[in-house]
Write a protein that binds this ligand. Structure first.
Ligand code: GLU
Length: 488
């Protein structure tokens, strides 16, 4: 906590790539902590690597966060604008005797590294330039001799109480005197992050396990600058189904790819929040507010979590089916426009029709993509008869034609559209009159109307479709079947 006692967290992506699912989960955990505690969520773009950072990736990251509904209270700050602060801090460390200029050349360092490898030791800088007197170092610096600035790591160990992993300690001799400023004056990640986190009053650093080895260096810098380190929580990595680190090999890892595949932002946030965290009870389908209410860092598990697309699909279906038809309509409308399917207000001419249709198809859909496919037959235009539907219900074209003849008369004579029970009663009695099994009529009609083997209830389908379109579809199906009977 800072002096005002409030939590301040940050998400600090490097714009060298897309917002991937691991980064998004880090953002979500930070955001949930901020929202749960009434704290502040800061967005900081770590663009100090000018060569690899691009404006396009910055836009992609902001787009991804926006889609997820992860809003920030401060920022985006751009790390590259704070370089003077980073250099100042390096100078302060130098003044305090906690950092020193290193004049070793690239060749000297390479030779040191090779010698360590030959001894089968892991390499850390040997500290040769630490011994150079301040006067000599100043003289050489003033003469323009190229140098980096290294942190003088003290003896001992550096430890912290990680919220996720408990006490975590590194022997300082395994860290070695690390560079904080490069010879061109560019700050190194560990310095830049620490100075920015301090300047921004960050109280909790929640990030991936891949940063654990950076943390002792950052803690050493905090202390050398006379500051208390924040609370650290390192979140286990996300794995693919084969238990290796999630990567492109496992499928899409860019967050926006999931948007484009038709997942709901709320479902995706729910899914990512459950990768390595749980509410402590058996809840899985959770709204954003429920996640905010339940979230604590202490419930992050220390074990890696597997990215399971089937679970994501299931969760998405659950979220879809819990929305009202009207809510689904609002989210899905652009999908229908993109798919070029009819006008949304047909055939009844009001928005209710579309909302009702969404209410009808949402329970059978796992993604927005599914939803469009389920809803497609309700819009004008021909339907495609799915081979499995034909195989199952139209195997005998003559029998199907006989069933559809009943269906046509039924549609012509029905005048209680929307009263599902009355509709069914009427169809059953007509079928009985004609000596055709009612089930056959309904099944054949389903294929004719939707092209599919499964659909919402046939009377709901008819009602949503309207008599005119139903008539058209039945006529087209009869033609198709007649051609079959004729052996075309
Ligand atoms: N910019 C770093 C990254 O994208 C994150 C730094 C941090 O969270 O401390 O990996």
């Amino acid at each position: 906590m800072n002096s005002t006692g409030s939590v301040r967290v940050r998400f600090a992506p490097s714009p060298t790539g897309f917002l991937h699912v691991g980064g998004a989960r880090t953002a979500i955990f930070n955001w949930l902590l901020a929202r749960h505690t009434g704290g502040v969520f800061v967005l900081r773009i770590e663009d100090t690597d000018a060569e690899r950072s691009t404006d396009e990736m910055i836009r992609e990251i902001l787009d991804g966060l926006e889609w997820l509904g992860i809003d920030w209270d401060e920022g985006p700050h751009f790390q590259s604008r704070n370089v003077d602060r980073h250099r100042e801090a390096a100078e302060r460390l130098r003044e305090a005797g906690r950092a020193y200029p290193c004049f070793c050349t690239v060749e000297e360092l390479a030779a040191e590294r090779e010698a360590a490898i030959a001894r089968k030791e892991s390499y850390v800088y040997g500290g040769r330039c630490r011994a150079i007197s301040r006067e000599e170092a100043d003289r050489r610096r003033a003469a323009g001799e190229p140098h980096t600035i290294r942190f003088a790591v003290p003896a001992g160990e550096t430890a912290w109480e990680d919220v996720v992993h408990g006490r975590t300690a590194f022997e300082n001799r395994t860290i070695g005197d690390f560079i904080v400023l490069r010879s061109d004056g560019a700050p190194v990640y560990n310095l830049a992050v620490t100075v920015d986190d301090l300047d921004m009053g960050i109280t909790h650093v929640v990030r991936g396990d891949d940063h654990i080895s950076n943390t002792p260096k950052q803690i050493l810098i905090y202390r050398a600058l006379g500051a208390d380190p924040p609370v650290f929580a390192h979140v286990p990595l996300i794995l693919g189904p084969d238990k290796s680190k999630l990567s492109k090999r496992h499928g899409a890892i860019a967050v926006t790819a999931y948007r484009d595949q038709g997942y709901l932002a709320d479902a995706f946030v729910n899914f990512l929040a459950l990768l390595g965290w749980s509410p402590g009870d058996d809840r899985e389908v959770m709204t954003r507010q429920e996640l905010v209410d339940a979230f604590t860092l202490e419930r992050i598990t220390g074990k890696s979590a597997v990215f399971d697309v089937e679970k994501l699909e299931w969760l998405n279906g659950q979220h879809l089916s819990r929305l009202s038809g009207r809510e689904v309509a609002a989210i899905a409308a652009p999908w229908f426009e993109r798919a070029g399917i009819g006008r949304l207000t047909e055939p009844q001419g009001d928005g209710d029709w579309f909302a009702n249709l969404m209410a009808l198809v949402k329970t059978r859909s796992r993604t927005l993509h599914d939803l469009v496919e389920q809803a497609r037959p309700f819009f004008p235009g021909p339907v495609e008869y799915q081979p499995d539907a034909v195989e199952k219900f139209w195997q005998d074209p003559s029998a199907a034609l006989a069933a559809l003849a009943v269906a046509v008369d039924y549609v012509e004579s029905e005048d209680r559209w929307g009263d599902l029970e009355a509709m069914e009663g009427r169809l059953r009695s007509l079928a009985e009159e004609r000596g055709v099994a009612a089930g056959k009529v309904m099944q054949s009609m389903r294929v004719a109307l939707t092209g599919q083997r499964v659909s919402p209830g046939i009377f709901e389908t008819l009602t949503a479709m309207g008599a005119a379109l139903a008539r058209e579809r039945l006529a087209a199906a009869r033609e198709w079947l007649s051609r079959r009977v004729a052996g075309d």
